[in-house]
Write a protein that binds this ligand. Structure first.
Ligand SMILES: Nc1ncnc2c1ncn2[C@@H]1O[C@H](COP(=O)(O)OP(=O)(O)O)[C@@H](O)[C@H]1O
Ligand SMILES: [Mg+2]
Length: 374
């Protein structure tokens, strides 16, 4: 959809953007994030040609935008900035309809769309259509800014720190609305922020920038789980996993070498293995390490020592896949009132075991990281 190919930007001798290449897929919300001055706004403004690159090309739907008429290009790309840029002497309706009218869209369709857009951003058309920007709160004005960006019928919307001047509550509700609108209307959005919480909340993909270089371009989950380097790690902060328990996966909290036994062995051998390993349960697997069941000391200690494990094991046991998250691990354990949960890979092979103490130690290692961070 949008491709940056070897884009560079220099002001005289100062390099702002190092050769930069990036592909943005249609329908995605991509967040550019990085410290102040790293080149976020510069990159954004290259997409609607408010800034021209020193070298390299940008393609939109395969077409090099340097060959397009810049005015047409801008009319077809929504643009939202921090102070909304609403025209103060125009009503909300006029502000929203300006570009569609300039583009010669059908007037009856325009006014219908204006109402729908206001509703989408949570403002009652009857009440707000004829007001002027100064008669709205900052948050309401920014809602109009968002609605206006969506009014262009463009597939692409650029947003440069649109919510950063808003109070946290308004900001949070606008983030939710933007997320919903994007899913409903399926736009490609490039959103600039320096706030990692905001990025995580709304992004399909996050592009982390520093001094005009891409440090990492990936989904929020992958960035949080596998920061590319120390800078990214510091930038996202260790607390992210703690704030987002769904990012802790079964494989992160499991014990890696659960003690196990094959079903052909007998009760005596099982008890010996438990004693040797100081455990009170064993996972039962077949020769291919497929999980078959489990035995506990309590359930077998009074049985005939020659009985085959096959015949005495518990067969219908719960297990989770390695990519189940902490929330679903905990709810499975609670729902079935169990203290152990075997972890299997996609081939149903046993790869680990979650116990209450493995969960505690995974969580407390996060807490210890937290203390270091603060
Ligand atoms: N017209 C200009 N002339 C010289 N330097 C500029 C100009 N515009 C921006 N810069 C510099 O380019 C760098 C990147 O700016 P910008 O893209 O606005 O950063 P960000 O949006 O990430 O805070 C900054 O160091 C800024 O000072
Ligand atoms: Mg900026």
């Amino acid at each position: 959809m949008i491709q940056f190919k070897n884009i560079e930007k220099k002001y005289r001798t100062k390099t702002i953007i190092n050769p930069f290449s990036l592909d943005i897929e249609a329908g995605q919300l991509v967040v550019f994030i990085g410290p102040s001055g790293c080149g976020k706004t510069t990159l954004l403004k290259m997409i609607n040609r408010l800034i021209e690159p020193t070298a390299g090309n940008i393609f939109v739907n395969g077409i090099d935008i340097s060959a397009m008429n810049a005015i047409d290009l801008r009319r077809n790309i929504g643009y939202v900035i921090q102070n909304t840029g609403l025209f103060p002497h125009m009503s909300i309706k006029e502000n929203l309809e300006l570009i569609p009218k300039l583009k010669g869209e059908d007037p009856s369709l325009i006014s219908k769309k204006t109402k729908e857009l206001l509703e989408l951003v949570g403002l009652d058309p009857v009440e707000y259509l004829h007001r002027f920007p100064k008669e709205l709160s900052g948050g309401q004005q920014q809602r109009i800014g968002v609605a206006r960006a969506f009014s262009t019928n463009s597939d692409i919307i650029l947003m440069d720190e649109p919510f950063s001047a808003l109070d946290p509550v308004t900001r949070s509700s606008l983030q939710d609305e933007l997320f919903q609108m994007q899913k409903e209307l399926n736009k490609t959005i490039i959103f600039v922020t320096h706030d990692m919480d905001e990025a995580i909340k709304i992004a399909d993909k996050i592009c982390i920038l520093k001094d005009g270089d891409i440090l990492q371009y990936d989904t929020p989950e992958n960035i949080l789980k596998n920061p590319a380097n120390e800078f990214v790690e510091d930038f996202i902060g260790k607390r992210r996993v703690w704030n987002n328990p769904e990012l802790l996966l079964a494989e992160d909290i499991m014990i890696h070498h659960p003690v196990k036994i094959t079903a052909q062995r007998n009760v005596l051998q099982a008890i010996e293995i438990m004693k040797d390993n100081k455990v009170d349960s064993l996972m039962v697997t077949d020769k291919n390490n497929i999980l078959r069941g489990m035995v506990t000391l309590k359930s077998i200690q009074l049985l005939n020592r020659n009985s085959a494990i096959e015949l005495v094991m518990e067969q219908n046991i719960q297990s989770v896949s390695q990519d189940a998250n902490l929330i679903s691990v905990l709810s499975t354990m609670n729902e079935h009132k169990i203290g152990y949960l075997p972890v299997v890979n996609h081939a149903k092979q046993l790869i680990g075991l979650i116990t209450r103490s493995s969960i505690l130690s995974a969580l407390s290692s996060q807490l210890i990281d937290l203390e270091v961070t603060f």
